[in-house]
Design a protein around this ligand. Structure first.
Ligand code: NDP
Length: 424
């Protein structure tokens, strides 16, 4: 019996909230909050007749910690589930610390304004020291480790699919299948078709920033020293035949869980992340980037200040509206290479999710589903005490077994392949 404050009511949060309402024995009370309370209330009204979970709603602008503090003090939750945007991570973590409440999110911090000189100073230093230039990284949230430890609070970072389940798969492989893991390839395939020439499956701003950034992967030199290798965006392409989806082009991207896995999987030598994209998506993205539409720098237009990528977001289909028209499947998982009992071993752990089945069950497409279910399951782990560890932690730092059991129960069962085709 616990009380969760859920910040965000978008595509991913909607799935998480609907799933919380099917587990009222844990989520006995939830408060849904975002800047537009009417959206939260609309969802609450849809859910109230069919759940024992007591649902309230609130308006909050989580860009400012003091607003979140006020709401936490009024609602007194056991956990704050941040399923808004990565821009709010630090403000919500500050509020949780001030009020003594556990925290979780689905994506690591990045600033809304990447031209902020204060942020830029830290960013430039990190690029030089670490060797990757993505706008997001864990350093900002890892800086809260000691504060959360001292306060006896748990902060669970990145409990979506990837990051999130991808790291639970790594922890599971290490616990049950390998003595050592040397190589990890995380493969994220969306074989879904929504019929639009161009649309993003989750928040367009966050999605386009991620995809248009240079790619990078973790590698180890001949002296055993791990380091980042950065490459131009979309410059490493592979073709892979995915179970239940078929052959797809995939591209190497920078992804946040590589950073934590490089620290937490002992002896790992190489970690790469690949995502599938169709040619139409890539052509549109390149063109939008070339004309400046992906810029986050405000410009003056007809006397008004607008941020190009936010304007673009207003033009693109709302990811939450893609559900009814998306057909096909996602296939997301990890291929491992390592040793067991002194012998070389390979192993592939993955989930296949059908867009239309997700839509029939919850009214959402599979990208929101595959992120929202792990968000709810991660919250459940914290609330039931299975994943309580004061400090700031990523998913692979916890016991994967109860989480993977919950994923299966709530809609994301896993599959195994003991002889997978490897990615060269
Ligand atoms: P949406 O844009 O659909 O929803 C964002 C929600 O956040 C909205 O409800 C919005 O409501 C709310 N929000 C935005 N700004 C604020 C604010 N200042 N204060 C309070 N609420 C705010 O995003 P998605 O649902 O697609 O994505 C949610 C998160 O999931 C993102 O962080 C994304 O990066 C992450 N994600 C993670 C994945 C993973 O596998 N780990 C995969 C996909 C997404 P309002 O406008 O009313 O404030």
């Amino acid at each position: 019996m616990a009380r969760a404050l859920i910040i965000g009511c978008g595509a991913v949060a909607t799935v998480a909230i609907k799933k919380c309402c099917t587990a009222s024995e844990v989520f006995s009370e939830i408060c849904i909050a975002s800047r537009h309370r009417e959206n939260c209330e609309k969802l609450a009204q849809e859910l109230r007749p069919n759940t024992k979970t007591v649902i309230t709603t609130a308006a909050v602008d989580a860009d400012k910690a003091e607003n979140v503090v006020k709401l936490i003090k009024e609602y007194k939750p056991d956990l704050v589930m941040n399923i808004a945007l990565p821009y709010q991570d630090l403000a919500i973590m500050d509020a949780c610390l001030e009020c003594g409440v556990n925290y979780m999110d689905t994506a690591n911090y990045e600033p809304e304004n990447i031209d902020d000189p204060e942020w830029r100073k830290v960013y430039d230093k990190r690029c030089k020291e670490q060797g990757f230039s993505a706008y997001f990284d864990y350093s900002w949230q890892w800086a809260y480790k000691e504060k959360f430890e001292k306060a006896g609070l748990t902060a669970l970072l990145g409990s979506g699919f990837d990051p999130g389940v991808s790291q639970a798969y790594c922890a599971y492989a290490l616990k049950h299948q390998f003595d050592t893991i040397e190589e990890i390839d995380i493969l994220d395939c969306n074989g879904g078709d929504h019929g639009y020439k161009f649309a993003t499956n989750f928040n367009p701003e966050i999605n386009l920033r991620e995809v248009s950034a240079p790619g990078s992967y973790w590698d180890t030199d001949e002296n055993g020293k791990g380091h980042w290798v950065e490459i131009p965006a979309m410059s490493i392409k592979r073709v892979y035949d995915f179970d239940q989806v078929g052959q797809k082009d995939m591209y190497l991207l920078h992804h946040e869980e590589i950073e934590s896995l490089a620290q937490n999987i002992p002896g790992v030598k190489r970690i790469r992340f690949f995502m599938t994209f169709g040619q139409s998506y890539l052509d549109h993205m390149r063109c939008l980037e070339d004309v400046g539409m992906l810029s986050t720098q405000p410009i003056k237009f007809q006397g008004q200040e607008i941020v190009p990528i936010q304007f673009l977001k207003a033009l693109l289909p709302d990811p939450a509206s893609l559900g009814p028209r998306t057909v096909g499947k996602t296939n997301i998982g990890c291929i491992f290479k390592g040793t067991k009992d002194g012998k070389p071993k390979t192993y592939y752990l993955y989930n296949v999710c059908d867009h239309q089945e997700c839509y029939k069950e919850l009214g959402s497409q599979a990208i929101a589903y595959t992120t929202g279910v792990p968000a709810m399951c991660g919250a459940m782990m914290v609330l039931t005490g299975k994943w309580n560890k004061p400090g700031v932690h990523t998913v692979e730092e916890f016991d994967p077994d109860p989480f993977m059991e919950a994923l299966t129960k709530y809609g994301l069962p896993w599959k195994e392949n003991f002889n997978p085709v490897l990615v060269d």
